[in-house]
Design a protein around this ligand. Structure first.
Ligand SMILES: *[C@@H]1O[C@H](CO)[C@@H](O)[C@H](O)[C@H]1NC(C)=O
Ligand SMILES: *[C@@H]1O[C@H](CO)[C@@H](O)[C@H](O)[C@H]1NC(C)=O
Ligand SMILES: *[C@@H]1O[C@H](CO)[C@@H](O)[C@H](O)[C@H]1NC(C)=O
Ligand SMILES: *[C@@H]1O[C@H](CO)[C@@H](O)[C@H](O)[C@H]1NC(C)=O
Ligand SMILES: *[C@@H]1O[C@H](CO)[C@@H](O)[C@H](O)[C@H]1NC(C)=O
Length: 337
């Protein structure tokens, strides 16, 4: 009993303080509400933008995806303004769930901007899929604009918009005053289901996709002998990016000596950064070690560095977080040992 109340006292203020700083906008939402699955408060975009029309979707998919806001296909920029604290780092996320039954109209294709920076071209190809775009930014001023424009087909639309402050030096880079960091993919290897991991498992509400999700060009070319492993033990994740425990408690092992995945990150620049989160979660015998190399096809010499996770992390069940600069994508990750 004493342990439980101690735990609660520590935990609640922390959660409360995170949540009040989250901004969660349900575009096309009829009202403000609390999502019972996460406890997060969502507000409707009605008071945030003067343009756009609410469209109820044909096949709702969860709380935020009952409706969306559509904008005219007239080449103007339609912008949401979100308040930020200057120089603080944030995760900015926009989602797009078209969910229109087959009516013969062509799927929308349009552009997404963060301030004046071209963020992404949104190309809807699967009406049921929730397309997620994320950017990690250091706020340049006291607000950021997320803008939609320039439909090539259909009308620009948006389903939700989220702003999540990050802590301290998470995702700090040397060039963050000049560049935003666009998230290509964030994958939970060895996931126990197809569900994503996010808040409250991840206090920063990053979305970690399951490696069990199946779609075209997403984690294909999996090496034979790839197996999932998991642990219920605690893992010390106190490094820079604080991946959630739930993500670190699962992993994949290449039982035949190698792991490989291919991932198509459309529209990605050739100057990317990869963050790998590794922890030894198998109890190896005293006479056993796990050593391997990671190879990037376009980075000469990348296969020469031998990784021993437990040694690099200074212990099992402890995070080792190497990051790799200037990765070019088409991107093949090989783990060999
Ligand atoms: C929803 O919440 C926002 C922000 O707190 C507020 O400005 C707005 O008036 C609320 N709308 C309704 C319908 O309560
Ligand atoms: C930020 O990181 C510090 C140091 O690890 C931690 O004590 C604090 O709870 C974190 N704050 C938030 C808001 O995540
Ligand atoms: C480790 O030692 C155990 C017991 O001595 C032995 O059975 C096992 O084969 C050894 N494993 C390796 C990889 O050498
Ligand atoms: C590694 O772990 C050992 C034992 O837990 C500790 O004594 C040592 O200070 C650690 N080294 C580093 C560099 O953290
Ligand atoms: C990455 O590329 C940039 C631009 O080409 C270059 O200035 C920088 O030195 C490279 N960084 C590393 C770590 O290779």
């Amino acid at each position: 009993m004493i342990q439980l109340s101690y735990f609660l006292v520590l935990f609640l203020p922390f959660v409360a303080c995170q949540v009040t700083e989250f901004v969660s906008v349900d575009c096309g939402g009829r009202s403000n509400y609390t999502d019972p699955n996460t406890g997060l408060k969502w507000i409707s975009d009605a008071g945030l933008i003067r343009h756009g029309k609410v469209v109820e979707v044909a096949t709702p998919n969860g709380w935020q995806y009952q409706s969306r806001t559509d904008f005219p296909a007239d080449g103007k920029k339609y912008c949401y303004t979100l308040s930020t604290t200057e120089r603080r780092r944030y995760l900015v996320r926009a989602t797009f769930h078209y969910a229109k039954s087959d009516s013969g109209d062509s799927f929308p294709k349009f552009k997404l901007y963060l301030d004046a920076t071209m963020w992404s071209t949104i190309t809807i190809q699967d009406s049921a899929r929730i397309y997620v775009e994320e950017m990690i930014i250091r706020a340049p001023s006291s607000s950021v604009n997320v803008c939609l424009c320039c439909a090539l087909t259909g009308s620009p639309f948006i389903s939700s918009l989220e702003l999540r402050p990050l802590n301290l030096s998470m995702y700090a880079t040397d060039f963050e005053d000049d560049f935003f960091l666009k998230v290509g993919a964030r994958i939970n290897f060895g996931a126990s289901s197809k569900e994503v991991v996010r808040y409250p498992d991840d206090p920063y509400d990053r979305i970690w996709s399951s490696d069990q999700e199946k779609r075209q060009n997403y984690l294909v070319g999996v090496a034979p002998g790839t197996e999932s492993i998991s642990t219920s033990q605690n893992i010390d994740t106190r490094a820079r990016e604080y991946p959630p425990l739930k993500v670190m408690q699962t992993a994949v092992v290449g039982t035949k000596g190698w792991l490989s995945y291919r991932l198509d990150l459309e529209g990605f620049p050739g100057n990317a950064r990869a963050y790998a989160y590794l922890a030894e979660i198998e109890d190896l015998g005293n006479n056993e070690t796990r050593k391997f190399t990671m190879q990037h096809p376009h980075v000469p010499g990348s296969g020469n560095v031998i990784i021993n996770i437990a040694e690099n992390a200074n212990g099992s069940y402890t995070l080792y977080e190497p990051s790799y600069m200037n990765i070019s994508l088409d991107f093949v990750f090989h783990f060999h040992w």
